[in-house]
Design a protein around this ligand. Structure first.
Ligand code: ARG
Length: 574
């Protein structure tokens, strides 16, 4: 099914091109109305094209409205303010469109859906347990992948694991000095974490430890057998632990090409940088300086010959084009890496092909927890992701125990896991991603307001209505959605449901999942208003009852699809 906004664009361009004898097809903007009195959609065409047409906006709007051809979509057009055109759609048209929901696929072919997009997200650093700081990258990245998949892009998800770097020298020293074998067997990553923190503490007292660590790192990089064995062991242990979390979150990756994967590719990149005169020697190191100092210089090779984060990202960029044939890359990390990506993207432009394809850094604010601290595994005092998921589950479970004690225990467990995990994901995704967020349990787990549990509950509420219908053997005979009154709640809900695909496109264009979350919240509120003010099961006019049942079914379907784009499953009761 074609998006409403696209159908309107088409009909507007036919009329406009005909009336003004010029091709304005690319200049027509259709937006949601800001208030329902302003109709269903609005266009500011007259204001935006006043110069090109050579008339004032109100005149243009008047000419357009007076000469607009009768059609099946539009009931009436109104001129408002300086020259806005308010668009009211025909009920019959809306009725037919709503019936297509679930029966026809959305047509997104107007976007470049042939493109292959790689999404680089999660990407934790090895030998540290995943903590809440990784939550946002994993959840936002996964949502972006789902949104792109839904539209029809070919996506590749890559977990760019931090499996190479200075932490390994420190870990090796710590392992050799302080490892508690028993603890390591019982909880390997916990023990690695402990000795890593211990190293930092000890190095503060005895700075020579840092030099010892650098030496171990060098040995590792030169291929020392024992150190390589340890390094592999650390990676294996960490991935095992990460995968447990990914399983719980329902997150899957196509690749786990970590930083080390690019080791052999870096020398060539460096050659290219030197050859093209992009990197220059500066006190023994190799550095890229930027025009007019618009960015701080980027170090690509240290004095001792070792490569850096930027070098490895450049090699990654080249590999992704040459070997995976991507058209675009999306990186999801916290805001502190903005300069890094600006530098790397800028250097890619300087290098030209194959580096210079489209890239976006989708960054997000810091998640603070109660007392305002940033989660870092370097401080011992962290809240772990798994503990967080467990706590959410526990709290949801106790609500279900209270509200719905008759649900069998194993189903309760399942519901609690889905709703608890969903609540945490929704909390994250419903925020403007570039803001810092403060995690508090009330905001995450409330059953009211813009929360995961509220949406889950609305969905389950509809399922319970549909179950009752089944029990009473009520089936829908008439499949028309009746939308009689212009401002009636059914009509409003129907229009909202039809806005779903265009909302997904907006969210894709800005890589902002909260656009979908806001939409779902508004739609759920509309449904609840509708259900609180109109009866479904007790409605005596069978035709009206059928129409309301259909609206409820379509609402459930849209809520489910939308939550799914956010990586959130639904439950039929809770
Ligand atoms: N491992 C990095 C970190 O946790 C994130 C990597 C992001 N991806 C990339 N291609 N640089 O800080």
């Amino acid at each position: 099914m074609e998006l409403l906004t696209n159908q309107l664009k088409k009909i507007f361009s036919e009329n406009i091109n005909n009336i003004f004898k010029q091709d304005f097809s690319e200049k027509i903007n259709i937006e949601n109305s800001t208030k329902k009195e302003f109709g269903d959609f609005q266009t500011n065409f007259a204001m935006m094209n006043s110069k090109a047409i050579g008339k004032n906006p109100r005149e243009i709007a008047t000419t357009l409205v007076e000469n607009f051809k009768e059609n099946d979509l539009i009931e009436k057009l109104e001129i408002a303010g300086p020259g806005f055109i308010n668009i009211h759609l025909k009920n019959n048209f809306l009725n037919n469109e709503v019936k297509k929901i679930d029966n026809e696929k959305y047509d997104f072919s107007f976007l470049n859906v042939d493109e292959t997009v790689i999404i680089d997200y999660s990407s934790p650093n090895i030998a540290k347990r995943m903590h809440i700081g990784h939550l946002r990258s994993t959840i936002i990245g996964d949502a972006i992948k789902r949104i792109l998949d839904f539209i029809g892009f070919k996506t590749i998800s890559d977990n760019h694991i931090g499996d190479w770097g200075t932490q390994f020298g420190k870990l090796i020293v710590a392992y050799n000095k302080w490892l508690d074998k028993e603890a390591y067997e019982a909880d390997p990553i916990g023990e690695l974490e402990r000795i890593y923190v211990l190293f930092s503490d000890e190095a503060k007292k005895d700075p020579t430890l840092e030099e010892v660590a650098r030496n171990e790192l060098r040995k590792l990089q030169m291929g020392d057998e024992q150190n390589n064995k340890l390094w592999k062991e650390f990676i294996e242990i960490s991935l095992k632990e990460y995968n447990k979390v990914y399983d719980r979150l329902g997150v899957k990756f196509d690749h786990y090409f970590g930083e080390s994967f690019y080791n052999d590719l870096m020398p060539d990149v460096l050659e290219e940088l030197k050859e093209k005169n992009i990197a220059k020697e500066d006190q023994g190191a190799l550095v890229v300086f930027f025009e007019e100092d618009k960015l701080p210089p980027a170090l690509v090779q240290k004095k001792d010959g070792s490569f850096l984060y930027a070098t490895s990202d450049l090699a990654t960029i080249k590999f992704r084009k040459n070997e995976l044939n991507v058209d675009k890359a999306v990186y999801v990390t916290d805001e502190r890496q903005q300069n890094h990506f600006k530098q790397v993207f800028e250097i890619s432009e300087m290098l030209g092909a194959p580096y210079n394809y489209e890239k976006s850094h989708v960054y997000f604010g810091i998640m603070r927890f109660g007392d305002g601290m940033i989660f870092s595994s370097r401080s011992g005092n962290i809240i772990r992701l798994v503990d967080l998921l467990d706590e959410a589950k526990k709290q949801v479970k106790s609500v279900i125990d209270e509200k719905n004690p008759n649900i069998p225990e194993d189903e309760k467990e399942k519901i609690a896991e889905i709703v608890g995990t969903g609540a945490i994901k929704y909390f994250d995704l419903s925020q403007n991603r570039t803001s810092d967020i403060l995690f508090t349990w009330d905001k995450v787990l409330s059953f009211e307001g813009n929360t995961g549990p509220y949406l889950q509950y609305t969905y389950a509420r509809i399922q319970s209505i549909l179950r009752k219908l089944k029990e009473e053997n009520i089936s829908v005979k008439n499949n028309d959605i009746i939308l009689d009154d212009m401002f009636d709640i059914e009509r409003e809900l129907a229009v909202a449901l039809l806005r779903f695909p265009q909302t997904v496109v907006k969210s894709y264009e800005t890589y902002r999942p909260n656009i979908i979350a806001d939409y779902l919240f508004d739609t759920a509120k509309l449904f609840n208003n509708f259900y609180n003010s109109k009866s479904i099961l007790k409605e005596t006019d069978k035709k009206v009852m059928d129409a309301r049942i259909l609206l409820a079914q379509k609402t459930a379907s849209i809520l489910k699809q939308g939550l799914n784009l956010l990586g959130i499953e639904t439950v039929d009761r809770m």
